[in-house]
Design a protein around this ligand. Structure first.
Ligand code: ZN
Length: 452
C-alpha cells in the first residue's frame, strides 16, 4: 500500500525567475514562497545568491521566514559562490546548498575550457567544501543528458563520496526523449557506487515539449525528486510544470503509484499569484491551470457535463483549486447550458421566455464568439423589458438589475482573476531583464551559462 514518496523541488524562484520577463523583487518572491509553502512543496529553490544582491536578499529573507520546507540556494562549483550561498541560507530551518558544474564535453571545451579531469576534481572539491558548511548538499552535473555516460557515472560517484545527498540530472537544453532519459536514470542506479544512499532528482527543460514526460520517465526509473516550476516557467521553453507532474501522478495513480505531499487545491491560486506578480499570463489551453482547462463549449460536451462531469472531466476543477467548472457560452452552446447559466445568474425563465433569450443569444454568439456573463445579463435585460411591456406584472420582481445580481462562483472566475491576467500581459521592450552577476543584462546567449 505504501507508495514511494516523490520530493517536489520547486525552482520557480530560481530557474523560473531567470526566464525573460519573469523577474521578481524580494517582496514578490517572499509572497510566492509563502504560497509555495501553502502548496506543500518539499523544497523551495529561492535563488542564486551570488548572482545579485537582490537574489541574496531574497534567499536570506525566505530562509528566515519560511520554516517548513527545505530552502535551497544555487552555487557554481567554486568557493566564493558556495560561501555566498551559505551566507544567505544559514538562517534557514532546513538549508540546502545546490552546487552545479557542467560535465558535457561541449560545455567543458567551449564554456568552461577545462578537461574532464579538472572537472572531476573541481566537482569533488566543491562538494567537499559545501559539505563542511551544510549537511544537505545537492549536486547537478549541468547538461547531463549530453554528457558521456561513463564520465557522468564517474562524476556522480565522486560527488556522492564527497558528501552529496541529492544528485540532480539536468536535461539542461531539453534535448532528451522520455525512454532515453529514463534509461539514463536507470544506468546511474545500476552503475554508480553509493547511489542508493542518495536521492536522484530530475530537472527537465521543455524545448521539445517533453519536460513533464521526461520527469515522469525519470521517476519510473528510480528518481525520487522532481524539479519543476509553477506554470512551467523557466529558461527558454521553460521547466517541467509542477501542476502537470503532480496531477499526472494523482490522476493516473494506476500507472504512477507515487505520493507527493502537495495540497493540490492550492495549485490554481499559486498559478494565479505567479501570473499576477510577473504579469505573464498563462496560455489559455495550458494543462491544469489554463483558462480553458476546465471549460466546455461544444454542445454535446456541455450536455454530457451537465448529466455527469465524468463524461468529459478526468479531474475536478475543485481538486486543483479552480472555483467551478465553467461552461463557456458560445454559438455551439445548447439551450440547456444557457438555462443553467441564467439560473446561476439568478434568472429563472419559462419556456417561452427562454426561447426568446436563446434566439437572441445565438445571434449574439455568432457575432462575438464568446458570451460573457455581462453580455448575457444585458441580453436578459433587453428581452425582459420587452416582456414586461407586453406582459405587465413581472417587471422589477423577476428580473433584478444586472448590477444587483450577485455573480455565482463560476462567473467570478470568468470575470475575475482568471481573465484579468491577459489585460496586463504585455511583456514588451519596456520589461527589462534582470542584471546578472557581471552587471550585464541577462541576455538569451547567457541563459545557459546561468544554472542547470
Ligand atoms: Zn534549468
Amino acid at each position: 500500500m505504501d507508495r514511494p514518496r516523490i520530493t517536489i523541488f520547486d525552482t520557480t524562484l530560481r530557474d523560473g525567475e531567470q526566464s525573460p520577463g519573469c523577474s521578481m523583487n524580494v517582496q514578490e518572491k517572499l509572497r510566492l514562497a509563502q504560497q509555495l509553502d501553502r502548496l506543500g512543496v518539499d523544497v523551495i529553490e529561492a535563488g542564486f545568491p551570488i548572482a545579485s544582491d537582490g537574489d541574496f536578499e531574497a534567499v536570506q529573507t525566505i530562509a528566515a521566514s519560511v520554516r517548513r520546507p527545505i530552502i535551497a540556494g544555487l552555487a557554481r562549483a567554486c568557493t566564493p559562490d558556495i560561501d555566498r550561498a551559505w551566507e544567505a541560507l544559514k538562517g534557514a530551518a532546513h538549508p540546502r546548498i545546490h552546487v552545479f558544474l557542467a560535465t558535457s564535453d561541449i560545455h567543458l571545451k567551449y564554456k568552461l575550457r577545462i578537461t574532464r579531469e579538472q572537472c572531476l576534481a573541481q566537482a569533488r572539491e566543491a562538494v567537499r567544501h559545501a559539505k563542511s558548511l551544510c549537511a544537505d548538499i545537492q549536486f547537478s552535473p549541468e547538461d547531463s543528458t549530453r554528457t558521456d555516460i561513463p564520465f557522468l557515472c564517474e562524476v556522480v560517484e565522486a560527488v556522492i563520496a564527497a558528501g552529496a545527498t541529492t544528485v540532480n540530472i539536468p536535461d539542461t537544453v531539453g534535448y532528451s526523449m522520455p525512454e532515453e532519459y529514463g534509461q539514463l536514470i536507470r544506468t546511474l542506479k545500476e552503475k554508480v557506487a553509493g547511489i542508493d544512499n542518495v536521492t536522484i532528482s530530475t530537472h527537465c527543460h521543455n524545448d521539445l515539449g517533453l519536460a513533464v514526460a521526461n520527469s515522469l520517465a525519470g521517476v519510473q526509473n528510480g528518481a525520487r525528486q522532481v524539479e519543476c516550476t509553477i506554470n512551467g516557467i523557466g529558461e527558454r521553453a521553460g521547466n517541467a510544470s509542477l501542476e502537470e507532474v503532480v496531477m499526472a501522478m494523482r490522476v493516473r495513480v494506476d500507472r504512477y503509484p507515487y505520493e507527493t505531499s502537495l495540497a493540490t487545491e492550492q495549485i490554481f491560486p499559486s498559478s494565479q499569484m505567479l501570473a499576477e506578480i510577473t504579469r505573464v499570463a498563462v496560455q489559455p489551453n495550458k494543462a491544469v491551470t489554463g483558462r480553458n482547462a476546465f471549460a466546455h463549449e461544444a454542445g454535446i460536451h456541455q450536455d454530457g457535463m451537465l448529466k455527469n462531469p465524468l463524461t468529459y472531466e478526468i479531474m475536478t476543477p475543485q481538486s486543483v483549486g479552480v472555483p467551478d467548472s465553467r461552461l463557456v457560452l458560445g454559438k455551439h452552446s445548447g439551450r440547456h447550458a444557457l438555462a443553467l447559466r441564467c439560473q446561476q445568474l439568478g434568472h429563472h425563465f419559462d419556456r417561452r421566455e427562454l426561447d426568446e433569450i436563446y434566439r437572441k443569444f445565438v445571434i449574439l454568439a455568432d457575432r462575438i464568439k464568446r458570451v460573457q456573463d455581462s453580455h448575457l445579463l444585458e441580453l436578459i435585460h433587453d428581452v425582459t423589458s420587452n416582456f414586461s411591456n407586453v406582459d405587465t406584472g413581472a417587471q422589477g420582481k423577476k428580473f433584478p438589475a444586472a448590477s444587483a445580481v450577485p455573480l455565482p462562483r463560476g462567473a467570478a472566475v470568468v470575470g475575475g482573476a482568471h481573465e484579468s491576467v491577459p489585460a496586463h500581459i504585455p511583456v514588451g521592450p519596456g520589461h527589462l531583464p534582470k542584471p546578472n552577476a557581471f552587471g550585464e543584462h541577462h541576455g538569451e546567449q547567457e541563459d545557459y551559462l546561468w544554472g542547470v
